[in-house]
Ligand binder design. Structure first.
Ligand SMILES: Cc1cc2nc3c(=O)[nH]c(=O)nc-3n(C[C@H](O)[C@H](O)[C@H](O)COP(=O)(O)O)c2cc1C
Length: 414
């Protein structure tokens, strides 16, 4: 039987191990994790979600504190529309996060940045433009556009000198979404360099409704590959979502997938940004503990552990400090839900908000445990410590297990 290592992802004349570690915000796919993927010859992702906060934590900048100070007067105001991102600061934070990561890069692989377009930041167009341009300025190898794909996004960076040399990719969940993007993008004469097809078992936000279980990645992949081949597009199509073993990956590579994008198995790696105790929560999860719900204010269903402390937590919206989910009019579905509950509890105490979550604060504090559908299998990938906890794995161990395993076997740590 073949191994993943028998295949290569080709971009022009360059070849890579066909394993891409998916972007996981907020700083769950850390620079350290992405750097390991690149060192091992594959592709890693950092994420630019809440990049001002990520910069503060990595480089001791004070971007969030400064913003909080600036908008402190608004904290009790239900109207958040005046809260804007300073575009120079956003650019600086992005350049720091991306620049430091790229400077540390070793090996033959690449590092991309995952840009979730649903982070509309009370100025969807200009903030996305700054995020993408600054990442290119700082030398990122490529950009993967996800969640909330805006059909004109490539156009926002068309004037950047690296527009044609950096790798630009998109995440879609249907052949229709890809067709729409290509049609809209045609005037730029700039095709995506890769297309990630994310199926219904992925972590994070889903490109499906609550009927996600009726879809299947292999079927969507077959449709996308057929379309790309018929149109002679020569774009690698990358399968994502629920690929748990090297053999799962081989099955997609054999059907014409250019690579696989994987994430869940790396949530329990040493390099992953989740706190150590949360990694144990991922390990102990059973299948019944994993839910897809609609509490994300983005409007997309999201998969998570139902023990996530974020669920039901009625904290005051923190837009003065964060505000990444504010739409172009300064609204966020969590603010609406919170204000509704506040109206029935005017003392502001014991507020419970079940239908939405304050995604910025909860992701930033690692209280919303988004995960892939295969999370309940993580316990089978490791050994237990004498104290009963599960052993955390190195990213290298997991990467190589994908790369070299056969017969659906999973290598346990030595
Ligand atoms: C903890 C976690 C966080 C994620 N966050 C993001 C994200 O911020 N943006 C994104 O495009 N995809 C995100 N994803 C999706 C992954 O990048 C990836 O495509 C998918 O999870 C692959 O499937 P797998 O987890 O079954 O391997 C996330 C996945 C996980 C597990």
């Amino acid at each position: 039987m073949k191994r993943v290592d028998d295949f290569r992802l080709k971009f022009g004349t360059k070849e890579y191990v066909p394993i891409m570690i998916g972007g996981m915000g907020v700083d769950i796919s850390t620079a350290e994790l992405a750097l390991e993927a690149a060192r091992l010859g594959g592709i890693g992702h950092i994420s630019d979600a809440m990049v001002n906060d990520v910069s503060d934590r990595r480089f001791d900048t004070t971007f969030v504190k400064d913003k909080t100070k600036l908008y402190k007067h608004n904290i009790l105001n239900a109207d958040k529309s005046t809260i804007k991102f300073d575009l120079d600061i956003l650019a600086e934070a992005t350049r720091r996060h991306v620049g430091a990561t790229m400077e540390a890069k070793k090996g033959d692989g690449m590092i991309f940045v995952n840009c979730m377009e649903k982070l509309t930041m009370n100025g969807p167009r200009e903030t996305l433009q700054v995020r993408m341009n600054s990442a290119l300025d700082a030398g990122i190898d490529g950009i993967t556009l996800s969640a909330g794909l805006h059909l004109g996004s490539f156009g926002l960076i068309a004037d950047h000198p690296r527009f044609r040399d950096a790798k630009l990719g998109i995440i879609v969940s249907s052949v229709r979404a890809l067709q729409l993007f290509l049609r809209k993008n045609a005037r730029l004469n700039r095709l995506p360099d890769f297309v990630v097809v994310e199926g219904p078992l992925a972590g994070g936000h889903l490109g499906f409704g609550l009927d996600w279980a009726e879809y299947d990645l292999a079927t969507i992949m077959a449709e996308v590959i057929q379309y790309v081949n018929t149109e002679q597009l020569n774009i690698p199509v990358i399968a994502a979502g629920g690929i748990f073993t090297g053999s799962d990956a081989v099955r997609f590579l054999e059907m014409g997938s250019g690579a696989v994008q994987v994430a869940t198995r790396f949530t329990v790696s040493e390099e992953c940004g989740l706190p150590a105790n949360v990694k144990q929560d991922y390990y102990i999860a059973s299948e019944e503990d994993i839910v897809v719900n609609t509490i994300s204010p983005t409007g997309y269903p999201m998969r998570m552990l139902k023990s996530s402390p974020a669920i039901g937590d009625g904290i005051r919206p923190n837009c003065e400090s964060y505000g990444y989910l504010l739409d172009g009019n300064g609204n966020c579905a969590y603010i609406t839900a919170y204000n509704r509950e506040l109206a029935s509890h005017p003392d502001g105490k014991n507020i419970v908000v079940m239908d939405k979550t304050c995604l910025c604060t909860q992701m930033r504090n690692f209280k919303l445990w988004t995960c892939g559908q295969t999370t309940y299998r993580l316990k089978d990938t490791t050994r237990r410590n004498p104290d009963g906890t599960y052993q955390v794995l190195s990213a290298e161990h997991i990467f190589k297990d994908y790369q070299f395993s056969v017969d659906d076997q999973i290598a346990l740590p030595v």
